[in-house]
Design a protein around this ligand. Structure first.
Ligand SMILES: [Zn+2]
Length: 458
């Protein structure tokens, strides 16, 4: 079996084999033949003797492989004019067999159950298929310098242009940008201004505007506006300032919002809400505050906890259906959405919400927190004119899935991928948490947050 792949090299190599090489190969072949016979006899037991034909094939294959390797290593010799060439001299390029292009996989896309809706808003993936978040560790910054990190950021922005165009081609007009576009830009020591990237960022904003795309952000979970530790609040404020600068340089309108959670409760929800209020009103730059939006989470602050603060400060609330199902308020979603929408309208910002579903078969809270690969339904309470961020593992495929179910947009058949049939209930949270922890440690030198709150929460 081991020998089989080498048959591939047979014809090409034989042509170029010189006489001494052939002799040495014959010797090798004999050795291999002996080994092969011994092995065959020893391992099979029943099979006392291999046929000579089988062995010949095997030996030829093995020797050819050896020669092929040798031939590949050998540098091409200059043609010798005094010796007539039997075969035309091969150019070095021809010595390599061109790789066969991989055949395009054929995807079988299952039918979807058709449903109806009056929804007219945009659906967007919380993450996109096109990668746009090169990031690094602090050690790399120390080693390579700050200009190197800034170059990563610049490349990420270039990718964002590609992403927006890809989305346009696939009728996706709502996108959450990575919060790691500019690695460590908000870091206390290694942070940097985004001015160097201003022209490129402006280009992104222009493209989004031209195509009517909404761009939003969701700063990392180490953003804790209500932490009792001033250092954490400072780094959180820096993080929001960085997102604000990025969106300002893009020239995004009021719909370009940044969404944060309430964060930890620090054993005192009321006191923490008070500190959040103090940070928003007293510390945040007006350019940041104008984009700030709060979101209910599934562990610490439900919609009911945040609504009074949001209403008091005119900070819009993103209603997350999944989080609300896990940590419901005493008031029904319809009422929450009505009150939340009033803030959006007052501020002149198009409302947005988050949708995800628990994985099939999820029972425990930890299992139910994990997001399913796709969403099967739009929520009952969903207002018609609202942008809905689909926080599902299958990213843009999850958006296409809903497009197909509800006939919201035409989808390109060739861009569809089948759903994973074996969705596990297991949350990737631990991995995400450890990643988040690493990042948190690097961004914020001492965080009091416990890991359970670092579970990937979107
Ligand atoms: Zn969310």
């Amino acid at each position: 079996m081991l020998l089989r792949p080498s048959l591939f090299f047979l014809p090409a190599v034989r042509l170029r084999m010189a006489a001494p090489a052939r002799r040495s190969l014959r010797m090798n072949a004999e050795k291999i033949s002996a080994v092969a016979t011994t092995t065959a006899t020893a391992t099979t037991g029943k099979r006392k003797r291999s046929t000579q034909a089988e062995l010949d094939t095997a030996v030829e294959a093995e020797t050819s492989l050896t020669t092929a390797k040798k031939a590949r290593k050998e540098k091409p010799k200059a043609p010798n004019a005094s010796v007539p060439a039997i075969y035309p001299a091969a150019s070095p390029k021809k010595q390599r067999k061109p790789r066969q292009p991989k055949p395009e996989p054929v995807y079988v896309i299952p039918e979807v159950e058709k449903k109806e809706t009056t929804f007219k808003g945009r659906l967007g993936p919380a993450k996109d298929a096109v990668f746009c978040s090169r990031t690094c560790r602090i050690d790399s910054i120390k080693k390579n310098g700050i200009d190197w990190v800034k170059e990563l950021g610049r490349k990420n922005v270039e990718d964002l242009l590609t992403m927006i165009q890809w989305n346009e081609d696939h009728k996706i007009r709502f996108l959450r940008m990575s919060s790691e576009m500019f690695p460590f830009a908000s870091h206390g020591t290694y942070g940097y201004s985004l001015d160097y990237c201003a022209p490129l960022l402006a280009q992104v904003g222009e493209l989004a505007k031209k195509l009517g795309h909404r761009l939003t952000t969701h700063p990392g979970q180490f953003t804790q506006l209500g932490s009792p530790k001033p250092g954490i609040v400072e780094s959180s404020v820096r993080e929001l300032a960085y997102h604000g600068q990025m969106m300002d340089l893009m020239g995004l309108g009021p719909d370009g919002v940044m969404i944060v959670h309430g964060g930890g409760v620090y054993d005192d929800k009321v006191g923490t809400l008070g500190r959040i209020k103090k940070t928003i009103t007293g510390v945040l730059d007006p350019n940041v505050r104008k984009r700030l939006v709060l979101e209910n989470d599934e562990m610490c602050y439900n919609a009911e906890d945040l609504l009074p603060l949001c209403e008091e400060l005119d900070v819009p609330l993103v209603f997350d259906y999944h989080h609300d199902a896990l940590f419901p308020s005493s008031i029904p979603p319809t009422e929450i959405i009505k009150r939340a929408n009033a803030i959006w309208v007052k501020r002149g910002i198009k409302p947005k919400q988050h949708l995800s579903e628990p994985r099939p078969g999820a029972v425990t809270l930890m299992e139910r927190r994990a997001h399913a690969d796709r969403c099967e339904s739009l929520p009952m309470d969903l207002p018609d004119d609202m942008d809905l961020m689909i926080e599902a593992k299958d990213k843009e495929q999850a958006v296409f899935h809903l497009y197909r179910i509800y006939g919201l947009e035409e989808v390109k058949q060739e861009s569809l991928r089948p759903p994973n049939e074996n969705q596990t209930k297991e949350t990737k949270g631990r991995k995400a948490a450890s990643r988040s922890k690493t990042k948190k440690v690097e961004h914020v030198s001492d965080s009091a947050e416990d890991d359970s709150e670092q579970e990937e929460s979107e």
